[in-house]
Design a protein around this ligand. Sequence first.
Ligand code: FE2
Length: 363
Amino acid sequence: MNRFEPECPRILVVDDHPSSRMTAVALLSVEGYEVIEADSGISALESVASLSLDLILLDVMMPGMDGFEVCRRLKEDEHTRLIPVIFITALNDRRSRLRGIEAGGDDFLTKPFDQLELSARVKSLVRQKRLNEDLDHAEQVLLSIARTVESRDPNTGDHCDRLIQRGEAFGKFLKLPRPEIRNLMWGGYLHDIGKVGIPDSVLLKRGKLSNEEWETMRQHVIIGEAICRPLRTMRGVLPIIRHHHERWDGSGYPDKLVGREIPVLAQIFQIIDIYDALTSERPYKVAFTPAESLQLMQEETDKGWRNPDLMHQFAEFIRLTEIEGKSLAEAIKENDQSQNGDASTDLSETEVVQNSKVSSRVG
Ligand SMILES: [Fe+2]
């Protein structure tokens, strides 16, 4: 238990029968838990709203609001969804168990309680809940930092939100595995988080940056990677954060990676990022149309800056979805038909995995 956690976990026992509550309270108190009681579904929800709880032991059959409804409401609420719920059911009540699972219950116990079983399940769920909570808090902290960075830079507007939306859509268009799409979406939030370490005098400077200032600005990818590295769930996003300014011909930064050494997700993300910058209005430039933006990006690709196969895929994606206004599903179908099994432009799962290996070596 770390120093930020309360002395002992707090458990709410919800049951309309005083005798059942007393048994549970007695068993849990012996184990060193702080136990709160509620005699109905409504009073349980009131307790949850006013107290910080680590677990709820919930009777199924209660007059008024039953246990299933209480659980459903808790699991739908962002503030309470992480509190584990153990349903108390009669032995062999299969139907209640099924309904309990549907309502989002985490575990089941039967009456009369077996002390060892109760103790083991409560302990494991409380531990799990605290781990989840830490993770959630850590992710929330990252998001707040990322939002702060975005708000410091008046040029970007809703840049991150658009990157996330387009990242998801283009990821699906490329048929990336679900975890890679998730990483791409997180990349939308976190890619420039390292700008939190760049002084205002450089980040907000109007006009040209000196060589020295550019060097400072380039540090944002290193700082960002260092901020996110301790979080295990963000490991797949690190290649995007570190390598989103590399170029296909090796003229990018920070590692001057060449061609397929650049992690695929970083290549994909970079294309989305640049397209968004081109199609958005900034104080120093007008918004280009999708067709003009693709034209400019193609010119840069011809110079050797980007993966030509990927650029081709992206141009198809934009043409179908944004220029011709097709739905994503229609665009994917049409793209499948036109590719007709052409493997040369297919970014397969294998390639994504191989590139992840490259990135872990480099990053
Ligand atoms: Fe960046």
